[in-house]
Structures are given as structure tokens and as C-alpha cells.
Design a protein around this ligand. Structure first.
Ligand SMILES: [Zn+2]
Length: 330
């Protein structure tokens, strides 16, 4: 998958697009349906929910409203990015994590500091000064992580989260995270003119790291406020070890997947972590609410049952309840 900001695909089509077309055509022929006649036709199909595709696609995959290309902006959707990085051992998460691990040279706290920097600064204007890069600590981190950034200039930036945005056919600005509301484009005109030397994380890294990372940072702050301790651990996959006031330790992964079927698939690959009493994956309420059968689909595909899915609010409520029990005993 490529960033096809401005201009769309150029000929010859990328091999992945041709392979995707071949597979869809084959599936259509097998099912006796009319196949798309070329890549442009396939791209138009990608703007439609799976229920309108000529082949049978399980309801669990995608859901009623999911599309692969946002019809307003003609950009790959979050669903598309999730499918693109799912099941890849070289997926964006893993690539970024392995680079960060190498940079941190065995120090988990350095790894967490670098990772938090990426989460907080997915797009950096090097000429925006006097900016935060004038601070020696920030400059030191930047020197370490700058190899993960590329020269990418957003057409627009979302005023809520600072990620890339695109102008839709409706004239509004649409945030690539799909978590923020569409905004009037005039708000960002100044930003567009001011762009000079912009460095940004690549799309897959931005979308797989930043929205989930910010949900995780908010939850970490709430956990600390109720007396829990949180330590981030990069291996065997990125997770937090939460020590409750009772001394019990839980493993926690915060995700924002729109596709519960892919989340369940990821959870299977994590398996069982030694030394923790409970393993929980949390998803923010607003993400789970967008799909009525989110938990049901997750449970159907979470065959290992080692991990429990909770909304972030429910997880925090359970930690608070455990903390109250400890206080009551004291
Ligand atoms: Zn946004």
C-alpha cells in the first residue's frame, strides 16, 4: 500500500494492486459473479461497504459500514490500513518497535521515552521554532529517532490530533485517524502556508502507533492517579505491566482497532504472558460503540480465551474497585 496523496496511482499499477485485482476476479469467477474490469473499477468498489461487493464476505470482516477507501477523500481507510498490516511479521508496529529497541540499546526506559516521543510528535515542522526541539532533552531524543521520519508534507493537518487530513469532496477536512470529526478547511489554511521543512512518520506507522498510543498514554495517566504502577514492556510484544495497589500484576494492551476480527487474530498470536494474574486488551468506548457486535465478533474469533476484551473505562473501573478493596482492608 502506498501514500496516494495527490495524483492517485500511476501506471504501471503497483504489483500489490494487480495481485488484489487478480484475487477478486478469481473469487468472482468462482462464485459466478461479474468481476471488476480493471484496477480503477476495483478502486471504486473499495469505496463501497463489503455488503455491496460482488463476492460473499463474512459479516464479521468489515461490518456493515466499513470501506477500504474513504469515499470523501479517496484515501485508504483505517480498516484498509488494519488489514494491510495484520498478520505481517514485518508490520509497521514491529518494524518501528525493533528500530526503537535497537536505538535504546537494552534500556526499557529509553525505549519508552523514544516511543512516547513518536506518539506525541508524528509530524514535526523543523522550522517552526522556537519549538520544543530547542530543549536539549528533546533535541537528544530527536537525534536518535529522526531516521524513522520521512519527508512528507500533509495537505492539511487535523486541528484536533495533528495527524494528516485531506480535503473531502464535500470541502471539509477529514482526519486520517477517523477518530476526529470533519472540520472546516479554512481552520488549517495558515498551517498549509507555514509548511517549510516537515518530517512525518510514514502512514502505517502513524496510524498503527499514534491513535492507540495516545489512548494508552491517557489510560496510563488515569492508572497512576488511582495508585497503580505502570511499566511499559517492549517484548515479546508491546504491552504494559500494571501493578495494582494490592500487588497483583495485570498485563495490558491498549488498541483502537476498528476491526474486532483482526484484534482477535492479534490476541491469539500474543499467547500467554508468564508472571501476570490477568491479561486484558482494552479498546476505547467510542471505537467499540461504532460497531454494535464488536465484543461478540471479538469473542467469536478469540478462541484461545487467554485475553479478555474490556473497554478502557470498564478496565479503569475494575482497577479502581481493586484499589478500594485494598483501602477498605487497610
Ligand atoms: Zn484527528
Amino acid at each position: 500500500m502506498r501514500d496516494f496523496h495527490r495524483g492517485g496511482y500511476a501506471l504501471p499499477y503497483p504489483p500489490d494492486a494487480q495481485l488484489g485485482l487478480d484475487r477478486i476476479v478469481l473469487a468472482c469467477l468462482r462464485e459466478g459473479r461479474e468481476p471488476p474490469v480493471g484496477v480503477p473499477h476495483l478502486m471504486r468498489l473499495c469505496e463501497l461497504p463489503f455488503s455491496k461487493w460482488p463476492i460473499e464476505i463474512s459479516e464479521d470482516c468489515g461490518g456493515p459500514d466499513a470501506v477500504l477507501i474513504n469515499p470523501h477523500t479517496r484515501q485508504p481507510s483505517r480498516t484498509c490500513v488494519e488489514w494491510a498490516v495484520s498478520g505481517l511479521h514485518t508490520g509497521a508496529d514491529e518494524t518501528t518497535s525493533s528500530v526503537l529497541l535497537r536505538l535504546a540499546m537494552g534500556s526499557h526506559s529509553a525505549w519508552a521515552t523514544y516511543r512516547d516521543f513518536l506518539i506525541e510528535n508524528p509530524v514535526i515542522d523543523l522550522h517552526a521554532g522556537p519549538g520544543f526541539l530547542t530543549r536539549p532533552e528533546m533535541r537528544r531524543i530527536w537525534q536518535h529517532v529522526q531516521a524513522l521520519y520521512v519527508d512528507l508534507r500533509p495537505e492539511l493537518r487535523c486541528p484536533s490530533c495533528g495527524l494528516f487530513a485531506s480535503q473531502g469532496k464535500d470541502g471539509a477536512g477529514w482526519c486520517e485517524s477517523e477518530s476526529c470529526d470533519a472540520f472546516p478547511q479554512e481552520q488549517e489554511q495558515e498551517q498549509e502556508r507555514a509548511d517549510k521543512d516537515i518530517k512525518a512518520l510514514p502512514r502505517e506507522t502513524r496510524l498503527s502507533l499514534v491513535p492507540a498510543g495516545r489512548a494508552e498514554q491517557a489510560l496510563r495517566a488515569s492508572l497512576l492517579a488511582v495508585g497503580a504502577e505502570v511499566r511499559m514492556a517492549p517484548e515479546p510484544f508491546v504491552h504494559a505491566v500494571v501493578t495494582l495497589p494490592s500487588g497483583a500484576t495485570w498485563a495490558l494492551v491498549v488498541r483502537v482497532d476498528t476491526q474486532p476480527v483482526l484484534l482477535a487474530e492479534a490476541v491469539q498470536s500474543w499467547g500467554v504472558l508468564a508472571g501476570v494474574a490477568r491479561m486484558v486488551v482494552t479498546v476505547p468506548e467510542d471505537v467499540m460503540r461504532r460497531r454494535a457486535d464488536y465484543s461478540a465478533v471479538f469473542d467469536r474469533h478469540n478462541t484461545g480465551r487467554d485475553w479478555t476484551l474490556l473497554s478502557t473505562r470498564r478496565f479503569l473501573a475494575e482497577v479502581k474497585r481493586a484499589a478500594r478493596k485494598v483501602k477498605a482492608r487497610a
